[in-house]
Design a protein around this ligand. Sequence first.
Ligand code: 5RP
Length: 220
Amino acid sequence: MHHGEKKQQAAKAALQCIKPGTILGVGTGSTVNYFIDELPAFRDQLEAIVVSSKASEDRLKELGFTITPLNEAGSLDLYVDGADEANKQFHLIKGGGGALTREKILAAAAREFVCIIDDSKWVGVLGTFPLPVEVIPMARSYIARQFVKNRGQPILRQDFITDNGNEVLDIYNLQITNPVEMENRFNQIPGIVTVGIFAQRPADRIFMATEDGVKEKMRG
Ligand code: 5RP
């Protein structure tokens, strides 16, 4: 089975989390796109939809959905999103699609954060996938030097500007052995908008597609 089929299976499994009256947060990426494609069948159950990116907003609008700003929606019942890596503590690396800031906000605002992945994303130690970091453009070089001091290798994502008008540094060669501590520490560097480590607010539930079907994992 190729990655696309697995992503679709994980996405379909997450549909069971939608209940009547759900205020839903929708993430970003190819796995989430499969989830979005299934949402028309659940239209009656969705009280409101909030999105983490312009890309997901456009896809939902094409299907006839109205998007509610987070400021109007209040708390989310459910947030569904993919990830670039996940570990057994349900800590994640996110931001491969560059939507990490709004994704972190929606994850924080959600009662339940459901992550949909295929098993290629399941790792022992986070950091093989380069860590995305959204930065204020004028601070880019300063921030890059701070990561070099931490033995990381920062590369500016080419021809890419986030929905918030910022740039993304992808940090290679980091061994994220203590995700909570590293998320906290990198958050202190001036000019960083968001670090793509999702550990202080990990996922609550993971649907992981494997060759043997979708495995459901609950945190705690
Ligand atoms: C976007 C993300 C995505 O969830 C992550 O990159 C996974 O993407 P995909 O589902 O395409 O593999 O964090 O910022």
